[in-house]
Design a protein around this ligand. Structure first.
Ligand code: AMP
Length: 951
């Protein structure tokens, strides 16, 4: 009845067919309802004469048709959305005469999901409608003589996810149809390889828009670079590839797979695409090489890339020549003949004391001393020249130059890469003397002492001291020779600045002169008291009784002199003017690089020379310890070691070291001496001389009442001397207090603690915080930070009070606020118990509100010196030959003072004119003068005394 055209077709690769009626052998035998008069199975031949099964129905004349045809159970095989492709022919109702109203041109397609593959009966109402299917515009065409039908192809899809399979049903409602074929299929994304990852055959998702994410797996001999992923789209297309794999080393990518590198090739770096040929002097004997091995005798350094040719160590340097210059040697050589194919050649120098011995040059000699210097360096030399210095004079050395390159390590044939020379250094002059110190200074002389040079280079035969007036430069100098390490220079002009230089001589000749030491001779005929020299201490001791007398007597004079300091100030200015050689202190904070300042003023000490013994205190920046320091060629000395606590900030390190930069500029017997610093290793340390008795305040408190007035005045004299030195150098201390004075075993007091000056300057709030030492600070310094030598004078007055009261706290337990108020209202500290009137008067002078009325340190020193006048004359007047009492013994006693007459005492301090006044008042003997102290007028009390009552 029908002839079918054009049914031949091939399935696309991304479609999996579940049913195709054309491929079913035999009859379909689908269930039709009604079983008679409805759908009918008809076999026909396709265009290739292959029989195919069709279903036909054509009840166009009768109304209300509902003819059902149901397929067999179709397993869904994991598909989630199935496609139904129906090929059918359909008669045009118009081509059928007399069927109007009953003839239809559509049919309905249904489905029903089920796990049962053999349902006998499914109620029609259980089917779900997929669509109503109409023919395309290709309606039935009528040909004369034969009826040729145009085949319609319609495809519908539906989601099937709930059961293992499904049934399809076709409902005819009164059309003339032939179902030529029915194909049911689902779509897949077919297996594919993308970016060296395999993606399996994947069913599409349930919805038309769904994307199924699929993870790929790396192909053989490859590894994941980034997780390979793709999405399977609803139409069976792979979409959005992400990540991928790379071939393992030794393999390269070819046609989506990884293939082993051929013999003689390698692939060593995963970023390289293809295998590459082995570089020169290397080989790969097997396929799949990850690296080409070096040929025998060739090497690769750890940092050499695999693509670089293999190389060899260099041969020996050539033509080594040496030039000896006293104790230095210049060694020069030429590059080796064979560089081994590399450009990273470098040389190192081995230095041995003695000559190489043995047939193979076995090294039987000792290595050179650590002090030997190599310039530019000892190893890693790029140039073919090195200068070796600091060798011992007259000594045999062997130098070996070793050539190395990147592959020398472990492959060097030793002697093959080196060349040696043995030589003997010449005789050398001694190194310069570096540490000259001045001891006693008088009007006409100075005693100098120094250490042996670091490298004497032989036996020192003598030292030569050269000195000249600074103003005259070297135009006229004098020379003094001595075999010892000290010299007493005499015949100098008073109040003149001299420069001193010392050099040593050995059999090899003179060494260089030391740098000049500058010193001014004294204007004052008195020797210094409180300085470290023994002679001074001696004088201090024996003069005890006399001085106390003078102190007492001086009260009258001081109290009667008004405006004296303004006059004296002029004197001091004049003095300064006369003393052009005075050095000025340099603020280390003016240096851009604080380390430069430290090294300018402080010596770097090797930490191994320091032996720490015990903790003796806690400073602002960390512990203070005592210990010993042994510098090369010097005697071991006791030192104090201040260390910078761990975890410091840059600023703290800078502040900590600034103290050393400041201290290092001073050289005075009453200023704590800096030995050096350790900055190149941790902890950072400041090394100073050791002061056995610690800080003055604690020391006095411990020895309350133990000292004579003269001993206390001796201490004050030392402090004043140190302070004069500082003010001459234009240094303002800002934190002068007994706690910042250190005392050594000889009771010599030295000013220390140079840390505060900067802190106060940097901190505008300092006056209002606890940082400022209110009790020691002058009103103008508290009020508007006017720190001057006069504000140091104020503090000095407080130190005098602390000393005379054996470390009592100034202003006792008054609050800082009350202290400021009391001072402002004109109250001052009363004299401590047993304090001579003149000393308290001096304190009051230091506490003048008007700072220009305060005495300068030069004046204070003169005052104290007048109180401790040189006793030689008086001793001579007694002709006494009494033994010298030790400093710690009480020396004030009537029997000692009795060698003086009251008049002698007054004359001795230039106060003879007051003789009558004193005599009238009943002070006729030294003993009676001694009693003239403040103890008559004041007692120790906690009430301040108004200034006007005391002056
Ligand atoms: P400073 O940080 O300078 O205030 O030192 C803290 C404490 O360590 C002082 O109060 C002293 O007791 C002690 N001290 C500091 N320097 C020395 C020194 N050179 N000799 C002995 N003791 C010292």
């Amino acid at each position: 009845m029908f002839t079918v055209i054009s049914t031949a077709r091939v399935y696309p690769p991304n479609e999996e067919t579940l049913l195709d009626t054309r491929t079913v052998p035999g009859e379909l035998k689908w269930a039709a309802s009604p079983t008679e008069g409805g759908w009918e199975e008809v076999s026909i031949m396709d265009e290739k004469n292959v029989p195919i099964r069709t279903y036909q129905v054509c009840n166009v004349m009768e109304p209300s048709q509902s003819n059902w045809l149901r397929t067999d159970w179709i397993p869904r095989s994991g598909a989630q959305r199935i496609y139904v492709e129906i090929k059918f022919t359909l008669r045009d109702c118009n081509s059928l005469p007399g069927v109007t109203g009953t003839c239809k041109e559509t049919f309905n397609l249904y489905y029903y999901e089920s796990n049962n593959d053999r349902e006998h009966y499914i109620r029609e109402s259980n089917f779900l409608k997929i669509d109503t299917v109409a023919a395309d515009e290709s309606f039935t065409q009528v040909d004369i003589g034969d009826r040729i039908m145009k085949l319609n192809t319609e495809v519908r899809d539906v989601k099937v996810t709930t059961r293992k399979g499904f049934y399809l049903a076709f409902q005819d409602v009164g059309a003339c149809i032939a179902l030529v074929s029915v194909r049911v299929f689902y779509k897949t994304c077919p297996l594919t390889v993308r970016n060296l990852a395999t993606f399996p055959d994947t069913n599409t998702g349930a919805d038309t828009s769904s994307l199924v994410e699929v993870r790929g797996s790396c192909v053989n001999q490859s590894e994941e670079r980034e997780e390979p992923k793709m999405y399977c789209g609803a139409d069976g297309e792979w979409l959005v590839p992400i990540g991928g794999c790379v071939c393992n080393l030794g393999y390269e990518e070819k046609s989506g797979a990884c293939q082993a590198c051929k013999v003689g090739f390698n692939r060593a770096v995963s970023t390289d695409g293809a295998c590459s040929k082995c570089p020169p002097h290397s080989h790969a004997e097997k396929e799949g090489a990850t690296v080409c091995d070096c040929s025998p005798g060739y090497y690769r350094s750890e940092s050499d890339p695999a693509s670089m040719p293999c190389t060899q160590p260099p041969s020996a340097p050539q033509q080594l020549i040496s030039e000896v210059n006293e104790t230095s040697v210049v060694l020069e050589w030429s590059a080796p003949l064979k560089l081994g194919g590399r450009s990273d050649i470098s040389y190192s120098v081995d230095c041995l004391l003695g000559a190489l011995k043995g047939p193979l040059g076995a090294q039987l000699c000792l290595p050179c001393s650590q002090d030997v210097l190599f310039f530019p360096q000892q190893s890693g030399l790029r140039a073919t020249r090195v200068c070796v210095s600091e060798l011992q004079a007259h000594t045999r050395y062997t130098f070996t130059i070793l050539a190395r390159n990147g592959v020398s390590q472990g492959h060097s044939a030793g002697a093959g890469q080196s060349v040696s020379v043995t030589l003997t250094t010449n005789q050398a002059a001694p190194s310069p003397v570096t540490s000259i110190q001045a001891g006693d200074v008088t009007r006409h002389g100075v005693s100098l002492a120094w250490q042996q040079p670091d490298r004497p280079n032989g036996v020192i035969l003598e030292y030569e001291v050269k000195y000249y007036e600074k103003d005259q430069k070297e135009s006229s100098y004098r020379i003094m020779k001595t075999a010892s390490r000290s010299a007493d220079i005499t015949g100098l002009s008073p109040l003149t600045v001299y420069l001193f230089q010392v050099r040593a001589r050995t059999a090899a000749g003179y060494g260089e002169f030391s740098g000049p030491l500058e010193f001014s001779t004294n204007s004052d005929p008195l020797p210094l008291i409180g300085d470290a020299s023994n002679s001074t201490l001696l004088l201090l001791s024996i003069s005890g009784g006399v001085i106390l007398l003078l102190i007492s007597t001086a009260v009258f004079i001081i109290s009667r002199r008004r405006g004296k300091y303004s006059q004296a100030k002029q004197d001091s200015d004049e003095e300064k003017h006369l003393n052009p050689g005075v050095r000025i202190y340099v603020d280390p904070f003016t240096y851009e690089d604080p380390d430069q300042a430290v090294h300018e003023f402080a010596k770097e000490i090797d930490a191994s020379y320091i032996h720490i013994e015990k903790v003796i205190g806690i400073g602002e920046f960390g512990e203070v310890c005592s210990g010993r320091l042994r510098l090369q060629g010097k005697r071991e000395i006791y030192v104090a070691i201040k260390s910078l606590k761990a975890a410091y900030s840059n600023k703290q390190r800078q502040d900590f070291l600034s103290e050393a930069s400041i201290m290092g500029q001073f050289d005075h017997p009453n200023i704590i001496r800096l030995e050096g610093v350790v900055t190149r290793c941790k902890p950072v340390m400041i090394i100073t001389e050791y002061m056995e008795n610690g800080s003055l305040d604690a020391f006095l408190r411990k020895h309350d009442g133990h000292f004579t007035v003269i001993q206390l005045v001796g201490m004050l004299r030392g402090i004043a001397s140190g302070m004069k030195y500082l003010s001459d150098m234009s240094y303002v201390h800002r934190d002068l207090a007994a706690r910042n004075i250190l005392v050594n075993s000889n009771l010599v007091c030295k000013v220390s603690d140079f840390g505060l000056s900067r802190v106060l300057e940097d901190d505008p709030e300092a006056a209002y915080t606890t940082r400022i030492p209110i009790r020691w600070t002058s009103p103008e310094a508290i009020a508007y930070r006017k720190f001057t030598p006069s504000s140091d004078t104020w503090s000095y007055g407080v130190v005098m009070w602390e000393v005379m009261s054996y470390g009592e706290r100034p202003y006792w337990d008054m609050s800082n606020q009350d202290v400021i108020k009391a001072i402002d209202e004109g109250y001052r500290l009363p004299p401590p118990m047993d304090c001579p009137v003149c000393l308290h008067q001096l304190m009051l002078d230091c506490w003048q509100t008007e700072r220009t009325h305060r005495p300068s340190f030069t004046q204070i020193l003169n005052m104290l010196d007048k109180l401790i006048r040189n006793p030689t004359t008086t001793l001579r007047r007694t002709g006494g030959d009494r033994p010298v009492p030790s400093l710690l013994e009480p020396v004030v006693g009537p029997e000692f003072v009795s060698v003086w007459s009251a008049e002698d005492c007054l004359q001795a301090i230039g106060m003879g004119m007051y003789r009558d006044t004193l005599t009238t008042a009943g002070y006729t003997s030294p003993d009676s003068l001694l009693t003239l102290t403040h103890q008559k007028t004041y007692v120790k009390n906690k009430y301040l005394t108004p200034l006007q009552n005391m002056t």
